[in-house]
Design a protein around this ligand. Structure first.
Ligand code: FAD
Length: 502
């Protein structure tokens, strides 16, 4: 079977989502940029990722830590390692969420694992982007300029712990989370200790954005984001998971044994961790919905190629039962895509994403690099005011209600895309049956890849509760700018089992 059939014409963004194409804020140059990104990602996915998807899937069976450095290098040269970096921080665009989502769908149509690999890197970079100008020099730039190295600098995002997964992703349950990591104060910085697990890219990352409480008895109030250099003493990789799907992206358990992090590498301010987590998840869930959409599309396109081209499938396409099933698959993909495009456009134009294009941020981005590196400017950014810049802007421009709504839309996109992936890959396997030759392992992989999209970035149960809170009950969480204690929080905190008594 051909890697790329002529039947799958490249749809433009305007064709895919007329509402986005016609959006007054997304016209002219911006639309042209997104169309170009779409074409680049599709080309890379068809030429490099799809032909090697099964190869990396098989290698990881024996070597779960394997990492496709050559593919990553090639993607890095195309800008896939700086997808979310805003212009003001030296990156390519201000419309990061929609851009990341569109690219993710293209990559996932080739291989869900590679989409997750590049997505996990963007996820690791996101807290730095949202940390504001104080966090834009150092790691973000070093990573961006390492793309030509044999092993470019990869990033990873670490919140999940062996005893706390869903809880650390929710603004109320975090009060009761049984976290086992801690950051202790020391001269000039913090000592990080404990274990994080299921960390995508964790075994190969140079930079990790790590969330730990400075007082484990008050995880919500004291959650803090740290930038960790994996070359630091005390950091180690315990093991990599044997996974069912997304095997091109390794997931690792990581140990922190009093890893020193200087005050300068605190992202935002101590205690901003929960607000940052929510903002990052609101940004990352549309791209995960897009990964689900892409996996579904990959299965649909592979099946259609087979139905049209393989003699073993002769006559099947003329059967109404098959035509109805294909139409249903197309419908699932279309609706999942609209959901992530809606959520991402909302995030970029009306919510947290719009802050990176705000005048103050742009003004900083326009400073010549010599001036940005000037010690006075750097020191002014490294103050409480400089570090709190984005969080304060979020409070003023988005607010707690706006953030809850954004998270609701993003969570809806994530749940829609991942469920569509499971349904469509299942249907594709049913139509193809047992005797479809080389198509069989490809479709089986699509289905194995689909399952993880229902689990990571918060399980779909959690995501649907976020939809309820943000879009049905229309609550306003209280993570901005500092945790306010609400009656609901008090209730949960009162019911909490004290740390150490379990
Ligand atoms: C391959 C892989 C890669 C990952 N990559 C990363 C990464 O890069 N960085 C990172 O930080 N994390 C990562 N994760 C972690 C992922 O986000 C968590 O697995 C996920 O949040 C679920 O947490 P858990 O596994 O601890 O499940 P649990 O929280 O133990 O949940 C188990 C089940 O209980 C349900 N549940 C839990 N609490 C509630 C509740 N209050 N109400 C209703 N239902 C509930 C859940 O929905 C789920 O079905 C990854 C996970 C996997 C599997």
């Amino acid at each position: 079977m051909q890697a790329h059939s002529a039947h799958h014409r490249v749809e433009t963004l305007r064709e895919r989502a007329p509402r986005v194409g016609g959006h007054p804020l997304l016209s002219g140059r911006r639309l042209a940029e997104l169309e170009a990104d779409l074409r680049t990602a599709r080309e890379f996915s068809l030429r490099t990722i799809r032909p090697r998807a099964l190869e990396f899937d098989r290698i990881a069976l024996d070597e779960p830590g394997n990492f496709a450095w050559d593919v990553v290098r090639e993607g890095g040269k195309l800008g896939l390692l700086s997808i979310v970096t805003p212009r003001a921080a030296g990156g390519p665009v201000d419309w990061a969420c929609l851009r990341a989502a569109l690219i993710s769908e293209e990559l996932a149509a080739g291989c869900g694992g590679f989409a997750t690999l590049f997505g996990a890197h963007s996820l690791g970079a996101s807290p730095l982007v949202m940390g504001g100008p104080a966090c834009w020099e150092g790691a973000l730039k070093e990573a961006a300029s390492s793309v030509a190295d044999p092993r470019p600098q990869i990033m990873a995002f670490c919140i999940t712990e062996p005893t706390a997964g869903t809880d650390v992703e929710h603004h109320v349950w975090m009060h009761a989370a049984q976290t086992v990591t801690r950051a202790d104060r020391t001269d000039g910085g913090w000592l990080l200790s404990g274990t994080k697990h299921f960390i995508s890219n964790g075994n190969v990352a140079t930079w990790l954005t790590v969330f730990m409480a400075t007082d484990p008895r008050r995880p919500y109030e004291t959650l803090t984001a740290f930038l960790v250099d994996s070359r630091s003493p005390g950091f180690s990789v315990v093991r990599c998971e044997h996974k069912m799907g997304h095997r091109a992206s390794p997931a690792a358990e990581l140990k922190f044994d009093e890893v020193f992090v200087s005050d300068r590498n605190v992202i935002g301010r101590p205690g901003d961790g929960m607000a940052l987590t929510i903002a990052v998840l609101a940004a990352s869930r549309p791209p995960v919905g897009a990964i689900g959409t892409g996996i579904a599309r990959g299965a649909y396109e592979r099946l259609l190629d087979w139905l049209r081209e393989d003699p073993a499938a002769a006559g099947l396409l003329e059967r109404q039962q098959v035509q109805i099933a294909l139409a249903k698959m197309k419908e699932e993909i279309h609706l999942a895509r609209q959901a992530y495009i809606d959520a991402a456009t909302h995030f970029d134009t009306f919510s947290v994403g719009s802050l990176s294009g705000a005048p103050a941020m742009r003004a900083f981005g326009r400073l010549p690099s010599a001036l940005r590196d000037n010690s006075l400017v750097r020191r002014s950014m490294d103050t409480k005011v400089g570090r709190g810049m984005v969080m304060e802007a979020m409070t003023r421009k988005v607010g707690n209600r706006g953030l809850t709504r954004t998270l609701g839309l993003s969570s809806m996109a994530k749940a829609c895309g991942s469920d569509a992936a499971m349904r469509v890959t299942g249907m594709a396997l049913e139509i193809a049956g047992l005797d479809c030759g080389a198509l069989r392992p490809e479709l089986e992989k699509c289905m194995r890849d689909a399952k993880l999209t229902q689990i990571y970035e918060g399980t779909n149960q959690l995501n649907r509760l976020e939809v309820f809170e943000g879009l049905v009950a229309e609550h306003a969480m209280s993570v901005l700018p500092r945790p306010e204690v609400t009656d609901r929080h008090r209730e949960v905190t009162a019911a909490r089992v004290p740390v150490g008594s379990r």
